[in-house]
Design a protein around this ligand. Structure first.
Ligand code: IDC
Length: 334
């Protein structure tokens, strides 16, 4: 009986010993595993703007690295979790959902649900997501201001309490449009509306001349908190002259985000310039300015990040990337 009892005690002791050993091994491994598995949003939390920088919840400067969808009316098939996840694996922390605002480019309220699918996929993956009101052929943001207010009311109401959302309120103002006369008044209205429902998340504001004139915006920035200003470049077309605008704006203390770029020419097709592209990427790295590459599709154009021969809509590896995609992907890891 005693022996039997001892036997049980011994077994218990052995079991306890094994469990303790197991837990201590797991304990040593877990923090590392958790750190490796942490998503971008788990790592950085709520973003905000401090001086000329985007900072994380702990107040440290961070560099957003993103990819933009093509127009979601044209390439909705890439708005899915497997697609976003494969870019996350390559070092991307931000997805931009391009919602064209002009009917000629597929504007339709029925696409709100596509934006919601995209936000959900990005959120579940712990990625940041930019909801982009993609004005382009409708050059002046005031042209569709009413629709823009409706759009941002809808999404700010829905996502105001999530910390991974950014709103881009006018992709590329162009034509006879000025900062003071058109963009600034438009931005004041839209920002006021978004802030009714979302007090904190970053709002990205386009600048004149297809979002190149950050130096002009820097002369009279908006007064609200957590605002950044857009500079877009297509490296084969936009060279030192536009890089200088970025340097000027930075020196004036303006927070800038490159919410769209590629290394091809401004048409989105045609030649690419790796040398100008390298100059741009080095400059962005120096200032820790975030960048979002145009575009996730396999369209037969040089700005497409996926090879046109690739028919997949997710699960991409570097091999599936186009020439521009492969060049840009190197900078997601740097
Ligand atoms: C381009 C697309 C192209 C599409 C065209 C018109 O790459 O397939 O036919 O728009 O909608 C921008 C715009 C972006 C453009 C891109 C390339 O923000 O919508 O995409 N570009 O022209 N600004 C500068 C270049």
């Amino acid at each position: 009986m005693v022996l039997g009892k001892d036997g049980i005690v011994m077994k218990r002791g052995l079991l306890t010993g094994i469990l303790i050993a197991l837990f201590s091994v797991m304990g040593a491994l877990l923090p590392q595993a958790a750190a490796e598995a942490a998503t971008p949003v788990e790592k950085w939390g709520q973003l905000s703007v401090s001086g000329a920088n985007i900072v994380n919840e702990a107040g440290k400067k961070v560099q957003l690295k993103g990819v933009s969808t093509h127009g979601i009316a044209w390439f909705p098939q890439y708005v899915n979790s497997s697609c976003f996840q494969s870019f996350r694996k390559m070092g991307v922390n931000t997805i931009r959902l391009a919602f064209y605002s002009d009917p000629s480019a597929g504007y339709s309220e029925s696409l709100y649900s596509k934006v919601e699918e995209g936000v959900k996929a990005a959120t579940d993956l712990g990625m940041y997501v930019i909801i982009d009101w993609h004005i382009l052929s409708d050059g002046n943001p005031k042209t569709h201001q009413k629709q823009a207010l409706k759009f941002f009311t809808h999404f700010a109401k829905k996502y105001g309490s999530q910390k991974n959302i950014l709103y881009e309120i006018c992709n590329e103002p162009n034509g006879n449009v000025t900062w003071q006369g058109d963009i600034r008044p438009y931005a004041n209205k839209v920002i006021k509306r978004i802030r009714q429902y979302d007090e904190n998340n970053i709002i990205i504001v386009g600048t004149p001349t297809w979002s190149q004139d950050v130096d002009i915006a820097a002369q009279k920035p908006l007064k609200q908190k957590n605002i950044v200003y857009t500079l877009h470049f297509y490296a084969a077309t936009h060279t030192d002259y536009i890089r200088q605008k970025l340097v000027t704006a930075r020196k004036m203390g303006l927070p800038v985000l490159v919410s769209e770029f590629n290394i091809c020419d401004a048409s989105g097709n045609g030649q690419i310039s790796k040398s100008s592209g390298t100059k741009w990427m080095k400059l962005l790295k120096k200032y820790k300015i975030g960048h979002v590459a145009w575009n996730v599709s396999n369209k037969a154009e040089t700005s497409a990040l996926i090879k046109s021969s690739c028919q997949k809509t997710g699960g991409f590896t570097k091999k599936n990337l186009s020439k521009t995609g492969r060049f840009i992907a190197k900078w997601w890891k740097k």
